[in-house]
Write a protein that binds this ligand. Structure first.
Ligand code: PMV
Length: 329
């Protein structure tokens, strides 16, 4: 493939929140997950990434949120660019500039939007013609959950057993059901174990095998609840799924406990609010923040209660959003 020195593209992608979560890998290298998962895209949060291949460069240069990336972050980006260079049959290095509109200190996993935007921008910059399923497979190898961020609305990632079988697709667009994620950020100075490291520990828990075997059942209930817009059915399966993943984390070797006191307070408050008649449930990723999922009608009342819980420092709000897109420069 011929490159000019101006091969440049910008892409935007959103993070996503998993309602049925993936935890643990069948293949760590290819990031083939232990189980299928289901999420929705978080439309108000986004990462924009520009990739420019330049024949003058002697190595890749990566800038994240206006500062040069750490060695480990750069290395992960370079490895991902290598995958794309192999596909495009080029050897040219690139400038990568990535900015997110949500604070990195907020503890929201940004790797989904980051690797979805990087994959699309890099493929466009080297004029690689590739469909969304192939983009999803490629993004998956950078960060598992990035496979889901290629698509908008409600998205399933089929675990598969091979690279070709492990991809995401949208099951309903962003307008299908106006639910809202109130991302309730708690004050924590603790450093957590990142998900890449966490996935490696999943199989040391005796509960992982049970969780994985039961996933098709939970996935089907969740998908049906979304199709029927049945909030009660959604709430019980989403909380069960999150609790099962955290049970695996807490019983792995070494054990991972991501919750803080405020996390538990929020979980209890969400249960109370549901008993009082609000459509709300919680789900928690690999960190102490709580994603409180509610209907649009109940978002305002829920927000008012959640913000008063001691330890809550911020609440970000997002309805379902779009998939990854390239932007005109
Ligand atoms: O894609 P990763 O490696 O950042 O892992 C994401 C793991 C969870 O957020 C805990 C669950 C999920 O399915 O998003």
């Amino acid at each position: 493939m011929d490159l000019t020195s101006k091969d440049i593209a910008t892409a935007r992608a959103h993070p996503n929140i998993a309602l049925i979560k993936y935890w643990g890998n069948l293949d760590n290298e290819l990031r083939l997950p232990a189980n299928s998962s289901l999420s929705f895209s978080l439309g108000t949060l986004e990462t924009q990434t520009t990739v420019q291949f330049d024949e003058q460069l002697t190595s890749d240069r990566v800038v994240i949120d206006d500062v040069p990336a750490s060695d480990s972050a750069s290395q992960r980006v370079c490895l991902h660019l290598d995958r794309i260079r192999r596909l495009a049959d080029i050897k040219t290095y690139a400038y990568v500039e990535s900015n997110s509109n949500f604070p990195s200190g907020a503890g929201i996993a940004s790797s989904a939007s980051a690797f979805a935007a990087l994959t699309l921008a890099a493929c466009s910059a080297c004029n690689l013609e590739i469909n969304s399923r192939a983009l999803s497979r490629l993004a998956r190898q950078g960060s598992g959950s990035a496979s889901r961020s290629i698509f908008g609305g409600f998205v399933i990632w089929y675990a598969g057993k091979t690279d070709a079988e492990s991809y995401a697709e949208s099951i309903a667009d962003k307008y299908h059901w106006p639910i809202v994620d109130l991302i309730t950020i708690v004050n924590t100075s603790h450093k957590t174990v990142g998900s890449s490291e966490g996935h490696l520990l999943a199989e040391t828990s005796p509960l992982q095998i049970i969780r994985v075997e039961d996933t098709p059942r939970r996935l089907e209930i969740c998908q049906q609840a979304i199709m029927d817009r049945d909030f009660n059915a959604l709430a019980s399966i989403v909380e069960l799924d999150s609790n099962m993943m955290h049970a695996v984390m807490m019983t792995s070797k070494p054990a991972l406990l991501y919750w803080s006191a405020a996390t538990i307070e929020i979980m209890k408050t969400v249960s109370r609010l549901r008993h009082e008649g609000l459509d709300i449930c919680y789900t928690i990723d690999a960190g102490p923040n709580v994603h409180c999922i509610c209907t649009r009608e109940h978002a305002h009342s829920a927000h008012d209660v959640l913000k008063k819980i001691p330890g809550v420092v911020d609440i970000l709000e997002s309805p379902p959003g779009d998939g990854a897109v390239t932007l005109d420069r």
